[in-house]
Design a protein around this ligand. Structure first.
Ligand code: MG
Length: 332
C-alpha cells in the first residue's frame, strides 16, 4: 500500500526566513517544529520538504551551499529527535542569471511537479497526503497534486488567494496547529473541508525529469525566495472605495481586528510559552479596547474629539510597548 506524506514548505514553515538564506549558520528552526515533525512521523507520514529555491538561478547561492544548508537543517532536527525523509527543491526561475537554471519549470510551486515526482519516486498516495506551507503557492501546488492543504498564516499573510488560485482546506498559525488539524482529520475521516476551491488550471505533467536536479544532493546551493506566481494573476477581489459604505467599513475593521485576535489566541495556544509574549498579548488586548473605545466615542452623536485623541494616544503608546516586547522575544 502506498505511503502517505506531509509535504512541507521550508522557509517560514520549518525555519526562519531572513531573506535569501545563503549560509548554513543562518538556519534557525521555528518554535515547536521538531516536536511537530516527530508527531507527524509517529502518525505514519513521510516528511518531504518541497522548496522553491530561485536563489540558485539568481546566482545568490550555489547548489553546493544549498546542500550544506539542508544538512544543517537535518542536523538541527535530528538533535531534537526529528527526521526528514527527503528534501526536494526547484532551482529554476525565468528571471535567473545562471543560464543552466534560467527557465520555467513544472517543479516550481505553484506547479505540483515536486510533489508528483516524490509520489512517483517514493510511492506516495497523494490523496491521503497533506501539503503545508505559508504561501498560497504551496496551497496551489498541494491542491493541484490532489493533497489536502494547510496554509500557515502570519499577520502579513493575505486574507485570500488571488483569483484562480486554490484556497486552503485549513489554516493554522504554525506547524504545531497544523499537526493538530492532521490528527483531527485522521480521527474523523469525514471531517469537513473548509472553503475548498478548485483551481481552474488543470495539473500539468512535469516535463523535467524528476529527481537528480530537483532534490537534495550533496552538491547543493543556497537561496530562498519563495515567490508567489505573478503571471496571469488577476487583481484581488477587493471592494472599491465607492462600494464601501461607512457601516461596512466599521464592520470590516472590527472583523479584521477580531480575526487577528483569534489568530493571536491560536498562536498563543500552539506556541511555546513566553512571559514576554504573554505580556505583549495582554497589552495587545488593551490596545484593542482603546481602539474600540475610540471608535465608540467618534460614533457618538456628541463626539468628544479630545477623548478620542486620548484613547488613540494610549493605543499607540501601548502598541509600541507590545511591539517592543515582540522584538525582545524575537531576539531571544
Ligand atoms: Mg515559505
Amino acid at each position: 500500500m502506498p505511503d502517505r506524506a506531509v509535504f512541507l514548505d521550508r522557509d517560514d514553515t520549518l525555519i526562519e526566513d531572513p531573506g535569501y538564506l545563503n549560509d548554513p549558520s543562518q538556519v534557525r528552526l521555528l518554535d515547536g517544529v521538531p516536536e511537530a515533525l516527530a508527531e507527524l512521523k509517529a502518525l505514519g507520514y513521510k516528511l518531504i520538504v518541497v522548496s522553491n529555491q530561485s536563489a540558485v538561478a539568481r546566482g545568490i547561492v550555489t547548489e553546493k551551499v544549498l546542500g550544506k544548508i539542508h544538512e544543517r537543517l537535518e542536523q538541527l532536527l535530528s538533535e531534537r529527535g526529528a527526521f526528514l525523509d527527503r528534501i526536494y527543491y526547484c532551482p529554476y526561475h525565468t528571471d535567473g542569471v545562471i543560464p543552466k537554471y534560467t527557465r520555467d519549470s513544472d517543479l516550481r510551486k505553484p506547479n505540483p511537479g515536486m510533489l508528483l515526482a516524490a509520489a512517483e519516486q517514493m510511492d506516495i498516495d497523494l490523496s491521503r497526503s497533506w501539503c503545508v506551507g505559508n504561501g498560497y503557492c504551496d496551497v496551489e501546488a498541494g491542491s493541484r497534486a490532489g493533497c489536502k492543504t494547510i496554509l500557515i498564516t502570519h499577520s502579513s499573510t493575505p486574507g485570500r488567494p488571488q483569483a484562480g488560485q486554490a484556497s486552503p482546506d485549513y489554516t493554522a498559525v504554525n506547524l504545531k496547529e497544523a499537526v493538530n488539524i492532521v490528527k483531527r482529520h485522521g480521527r474523523s475521516p469525514r471531517a469537513e473541508s473548509v472553503q475548498t476551491q478548485s483551481p481552474d488550471v488543470s495539473p500539468d505533467e512535469p516535463n523535467a525529469p524528476p529527481g537528480k536536479d530537483n532534490y537534495q544532493e550533496p552538491e547543493g546551493v543556497s537561496g530562498v525566495a519563495e515567490q508567489l506566481p505573478s503571471s496571469g494573476a488577476a487583481e484581488p477581489q477587493t471592494p472599491t472605495q465607492e462600494d464601501v459604505v461607512p457601516g461596512d467599513r466599521t464592520e470590516q475593521l472590527l472583523g479584521g481586528i477580531l480575526e487577528e485576535l483569534r489568530r493571536m489566541r491560536r498562536a498563543d495556544m500552539f506556541g511555546e510559552f513566553s512571559v514576554l509574549r504573554l505580556m505583549a498579548g495582554i497589552i495587545q488586548i488593551v490596545v484593542l479596547f482603546c481602539l474600540l473605545a475610540t471608535v465608540w466615542v467618534l460614533m457618538n452623536p456628541d463626539r468628544q474629539v479630545n477623548s478620542a485623541m486620548i484613547g488613540l494616544g494610549f493605543a499607540v503608546v501601548l502598541q509600541l510597548m507590545a511591539l517592543t516586547f515582540y522584538m525582545m522575544e524575537g531576539r531571544r
